[in-house]
Design a protein around this ligand. Structure first.
Ligand code: NAD
Length: 287
């Protein structure tokens, strides 16, 4: 089985390398032609890559880029090939791309990930997968080469839906955790005591227990490393914008998601949050 991998950035490069380390023949393409990976055969163009492979992974910045590539090169895909898009993109674009490919009998799985760059490097990502159950069953071994878990979520778009719902909860709980530290500080509660109580009480969450935004408290996290990401505030803003757009389109009610998006937008655009880990938003509450 020959694999193509388009988009070899922070996430795509280690993911493609993990496929190659498991004995697969991997061909790669990225518009940044300074990218060189010893285990990947870099191709000069997308059409040249597409004609040679059976499975194509994409790990790209946005839905627009995924859509442009599919629309431009639709006639270069091998019949019976499958596109597995691991980028985080909007549900609407995922469905449109799936339709374009389906018209040519090319299958697609949407398979966004959680676990970040560290998870991509260590092969411990979680994949949330939408598409046909048969395709998932046939191809899940590929997810196992790059991750520790893959969850079948349902029809196309379901993987992206699961991803943005998860990250909406993450954004909201991170802000709630930061606010609680701000209140505890004002009331002169020791941060260590605050962690010890909340992490073992009903206020616990991944944001508090595993990724505590207060430095020096709880297990090692980006807060202990000057908020070097981890998962950047910019990417959290991207994901909260995707969840709010999906919320408006589907007429869901997500007021906390909306507020979290606005707070991250202000942090990234006006409060020097860009480039910092998303837990650094605690700084905006330390007044
Ligand atoms: P990145 O910017 O490091 O990588 C994207 C790569 O795509 C770049 O190398 C870029 O040159 C390439 N690219 C852009 N346009 C292209 C085109 N037309 N053809 C070929 N290559 C092209 O981004 P990343 O951090 O690797 O993120 C990729 C995706 O993964 C995003 O959708 C992001 O939301 C998602 N994601 C990222 C993280 C994370 O922690 N970085 C975590 C989970 C999900």
């Amino acid at each position: 089985m020959k694999i193509g991998f388009i988009g070899l950035g922070n996430m795509g490069a280690p993911m493609a390398e993990n496929l190659a380390r498991n004995g697969l023949d991997v061909l790669g393409f990225d518009t940044d032609n300074s990218i060189k990976l010893p285990e990947i055969t870099m191709m000069p163009s997308i059409p040249k890559l597409l004609t040679e492979v059976d499975i194509i992974f994409t790990m790209l910045p946005s839905g627009l880029v995924v859509k442009e590539i599919v629309n431009e090169f639709i006639n270069n895909f091998n019949p019976k090939s499958t596109l597995i898009d691991c980028s985080t993109i909007d549900v609407k674009t995922t469905k449109e791309v799936c339709q374009t490919l389906g018209n040519k009998k090319i299958n697609m799985l949407d398979a966004p990930v959680s676990g970040g760059v560290q998870g991509a490097k260590s092969g411990s990502l979680t994949f949330m997968v939408g598409g046909s159950r048969d395709d998932f069953d046939k191809l899940r071994f590929l997810f196992e080469y790059m991750g520790s878990r893959s969850v079948y979520c349902g029809k196309n778009g379901s993987g992206q839906t699961a991803k943005i719902c998860n990250n909406m909860i993450l954004g909201v709980t991170m802000i709630a955790t930061c606010e609680a530290f701000a209140l505890a500080d004002k009331l002169e509660l020791d941060r260590e005591a605050m962690f010890d109580v909340v992490s073992t009480s009903s206020g616990y969450s991944w944001s508090m227990n595993s990724y505590c935004p207060a430095p020096g408290v709880g297990p090692k996290a980006p807060s202990d490393n000057n908020y070097t990401p981890g998962f950047s505030s910019d990417l959290m803003l991207k994901d909260l914008t995707l969840s709010q757009n999906a919320s408006s389109e589907s007429k869901a009610s997500t007021p906390m998601g909306d507020l979290a998006m606005k707070l991250y937008k202000d942090f990234v655009e006006n409060k020097n949050g860009s480039g910092l880990d998303f837990s650094a938003i605690i700084k905006t509450f330390e007044v």
